[in-house]
Design a protein around this ligand. Structure first.
Ligand code: MSP
Length: 655
């Protein structure tokens, strides 16, 4: 076991109901960054993530897709571009991955449910209330917001069923004490929220089984009931370590968890229901629940149904995984909401990574190569002029540690970048290109270069949990020996060998052309929005009946196109001269230029309604209307003229 001890950190387990978006990625990257940080500090880390695969929503989605629920979740978890692929792409360093459909978990949940039933904390009753299907949650009238689900804002419906209940009310006071004691729930603002909204109004017993659908862990002593998905889901944090099963291990070593990272909307489940259930089964409580904010889009929540999800695959593909990880941790404080935009992302990458950090690295390495052939000479002394940079870099680790230990990733990065800015200023102050012109200043020049490399080494090491791949490449360029790529060495100035050898490498963070990139992204996102639309949309049929006599008043005739041309100054209208069988030409204007070229229509046999009153368009008279079939294809209007068999004579009446 490590001297520092263990550190058990979890993300929520994700619903495999849709592809994950940048909001989910935010949560997982934040957890991964903390896990990597703790490993770097020397902790024996257990980092768990996974998928929450049961519930009515999944059952319904699978039905819509025409597959079994298991096939449905398998595809989203393990399939190409699925959840496992996304975490691999984002370089997520989880030690374990749990799926709630894993056999060992299912059996363990059954045992846990029975244990709570046997100890009298679960009893049978009848549930009636307002149910939100997407959130799998029952709500009381008083909890609804404008009659809708307080979590997702969607409509709820009345539901009633025989069900098992967990005696949550029994644990109201111990949970209140827990929330008020120490630092169990962070940020602290969430404590008040929980007490005011849930504990003070009185905790009601929780409905913990369902009979209205099948896709869940069966209650083995009462067939027909499945375990409420949140009971099933929350215990993942322990079953993955072998709680109530033999197949996994690590419970003694890692439980209780050091921190559950969760989004703010599920803090209630983690800070009230979860500790109450643990008290019921007599297990130690997790040390902390950290409720992070949401990544918003245009001020609102991202969701597939709103068609406004941001695809992490696209962003990571265009800007690099590390740049995306950095942005997510740098732009927003973890506890608060933040508004995502492509513009913010690009400007953050350009200013911090391409400009400040990337430039400092490439300039420094290039100068060491230019002035010293890549290797600094030995035997020099630092002067007072270097004090500020040296001190700042030397003190950086301490500041960073305090911030990282309290999940202030944004603050920690700000501290690192203060040193990076100071180093850039140090180049300007010392003007190495001037020193290089004077032979007698060679020692001083080497010292300046050394100090820059040292500052870069320390910053790079502390950036490692955020950008694991790029920082390894940066450390190669700086010439950091393997044994100095450590937390210990990051706390000490002057560790690089005096005669360090740098190594030229690729530009780690190329500058992005903002306008060009924004336009490209807009195009890609538009395409994705269209892709997400249903392939074909057809207008619903009219409910209102029309009587036969009214219908007969419309005079539909077969017509032949004698000539067709585009109407000048209109990009929509075509002018048709038609033979309608009367011997007199009929002129009809039709706004179909988007779909047809005039020359392609000459000679065609069409259908028109001929007894509409005349109408003027662009100064021309239209006597009737050509019939077309219309629908939407991927959100775009599609139109097909009614072109009929040429053997039908002009003037034939449709009836
Ligand atoms: N399955 C439950 C968690 C059970 S844990 C025992 C669940 N799943 S989820 O897929 O809907 O959400 C997983 C996590 O992603 C939550 O913490 C949620 O807050 C987070 N996010 C989803 N969208 C988000 C943003 N737009 N921004 C930040 N985090 C977001 O809840």
């Amino acid at each position: 076991m490590s001297e520092k001890g263990t550190f058990y950190i979890t993300t929520p387990i994700y619903y495999p109901s849709d592809k994950l978006h940048i909001g989910h990625t935010y949560c997982t990257v934040a957890t991964d960054t903390i896990a990597r940080y703790k490993r770097m500090c020397g902790y024996d880390v257990m980092f768990l993530t996974g998928t929450d695969e049961h519930g009515q929503k999944i059952e319904e989605k699978a039905k819509e897709a025409g597959v079994t629920p298991q096939e449905f979740v398998d595809r989203i978890v393990e399939g190409k571009g699925g959840i496992l692929d996304l975490w691999k792409l984002m370089n997520i360093s989880n030690d374990r991955f749990i799926r709630t459909t894993d056999d060992y978990h299912v059996k363990a949940v059954q045992r846990i449910f029975k244990k709570m039933y046997d100890n009298g904390d679960i009893y049978k009753g009848k549930y009636s209330g307002m149910y939100c299907t997407p959130c799998e949650s029952f709500w009381t009238e008083s909890q609804l917001v404008d009659g809708k689900c307080p979590d997702c804002g969607r409509p709820v419906k009345y539901a009633e069923e025989e069900a098992y209940f967990f005696k949550l009310s029994k644990y109201a006071e111990p949970v209140r004490e827990l929330l008020l004691s120490g630092t169990f729930l962070e940020p602290a603002s969430r404590v008040n929220e929980m007490i005011k909204n849930f504990i003070d109004p009185g905790l009601e017993d929780l409905c913990v089984s369902r009979t209205s659908f099948k896709w869940g862990v069966p209650v083995d002593f009462d067939p027909g009931h499945v375990v409420y998905v949140w009971v099933d889901a929350l215990f993942n944090y322990m079953t993955a370590l072998g709680y109530m099963n033999e197949e996994r291990d690590g419970l003694e070593k890692y439980w209780p968890a050091d921190v559950h990272m969760v989004g703010k909307e599920i803090v209630r489940f983690h800070s009230i229901i979860w500790p109450a259930m643990l008290m019921s089964v007599g297990e130690p409580l997790p040390k902390k629940v950290f409720g992070h904010g949401w990544l918003l889009l245009g001020g609102g929540k991202m969701s597939k149904s709103k068609g406004n999800v941001v695809d992490p695959y696209i962003l990571a593909g265009r800007f690099g995984v590390d740049a995306l990880r950095y942005f997510l941790m740098r732009e927003f404080p973890l506890g608060s909401d933040g508004n995502f935009s492509n513009e913010l992302l690009i400007s953050r990458i350009n200013s911090d990574l391409a400009n400040d950090y990337g430039n400092l690295l490439s300039r420094t390495v290039a100068m060491v190569i230019k002035y010293f052939g890549g290797t600094l000479p030995s035997g020099r002394e630092n002067s007072d002029a270097d004090c500020e940079l040296n001190t700042m870099a030397g003190e950086l680790r301490g500041k960073y540690e305090k911030l990282m230990d309290t999940f202030q990733t944004q603050g920690a990065l700000e501290e690192v970048f203060k040193v990076i800015s100071r180093a850039n200023k140090y180049i300007d102050e010392n003007a190495p290109w001037v020193l290089a012109k004077d032979e007698s200043k060679a020692d001083r020049l080497a010292t300046v270069m050394y100090n820059l490399l040292e500052a870069l080494r320390i910053c790079t090491q502390l950036l490692t949990p955020f950008m694991p791949e790029s920082t390894a490449k940066a450390a190669d360029q700086i010439g950091v020996p393997a044994e100095l790529r450590t937390w210990e060495a990051a706390g000490e100035w002057g560790k690089l060998p005096e005669n360090v050898t740098v190594c030229k490498g690729d530009t780690l963070f190329p500058r992005i052309d903002m306008d060009k990139e924004l336009a490209e992204l807009e195009k890609i996102e538009e395409e994705a929005r269209r892709e997400a639309l249903p392939p074909i949309e057809i207008e619903p049929q009219l409910e209102e009946k029309v009587d036969f006599d009214t219908f007969c008043k419309s005079d539909f005739r077969v017509v032949k196109v004698k000539s067709c041309e585009a109407v000048k100054k209109s990009d929509k209208l075509l002018k048709f001269i038609l033979d309608d069988g009367t011997g007199t030409d009929r002129q009809i204007l039709s706004g179909i230029h988007k779909w047809y070229q005039p020359e392609d229509l000459v000679g065609k046999t069409l259908v028109a309604i001929v007894n509409l009153p005349p109408r003027k368009m662009m100064g021309l008279e239209s006597n009737g209307m050509l019939l077309s079939a219309v629908h939407k294809e991927k959100g775009e209007e599609a139109l097909h003229l009614m072109i009929v068999d040429d053997s039908i004579p002009a003037g034939a009446k449709l009836c």
